[in-house]
Ligand binder design. Structure first.
Ligand SMILES: [Cu+2]
Length: 120
């Protein structure tokens, strides 16, 4: 190995170390951003995913991909969330889930049932 090749190798190694530090920084800053939005699609009369596990404090949004009106109507008041109607190809506002537990809902127009499980 001549001198110029050796210098080049050292240069690459220090560049990789620097890149590693940058990646580490990006990971820790995305950990700090805890507010994420979970999307539940309504497609072909199904809530997808059904019963996702959602961390408390996360936002949830339902997106209606069907060409008919659907609702997210809570089976009881335990979720603390309001029931919502979604027009064809419409979506709800993101709502924050603040209570832990499994909460079930349905559509008032169709035999559709869904749930979310909110964890700590
Ligand atoms: Cu429906």
């Amino acid at each position: 190995m001549n001198v110029s090749t050796k210098r080049a190798s050292i240069g690459i190694a220090s560049t990789l170390v620097a890149a590693g530090l940058v990646v580490g920084g990006v990971i820790s800053s995305s950990d700090a951003a805890t507010t994420t939005t979970t999307t539940i699609n309504i497609s072909q009369m199904k809530y997808l995913p059904n019963n996702p596990k959602i961390k408390v404090g996360t936002k949830v949004k339902w997106v209606n991909k069907d060409s008919t009106v659907h609702t997210v109507t809570w089976d009881n008041g335990k979720s603390g969330l309001q029931s919502m109607s979604l027009g064809p190809h419409g979506s709800t506002k993101p709502v924050t889930v603040n209570k832990v537990g499994k909460f079930t809902y349905h559509c008032i127009y169709h035999p559709m049932h869904g749930a979310i499980t909110v964890i700590k």
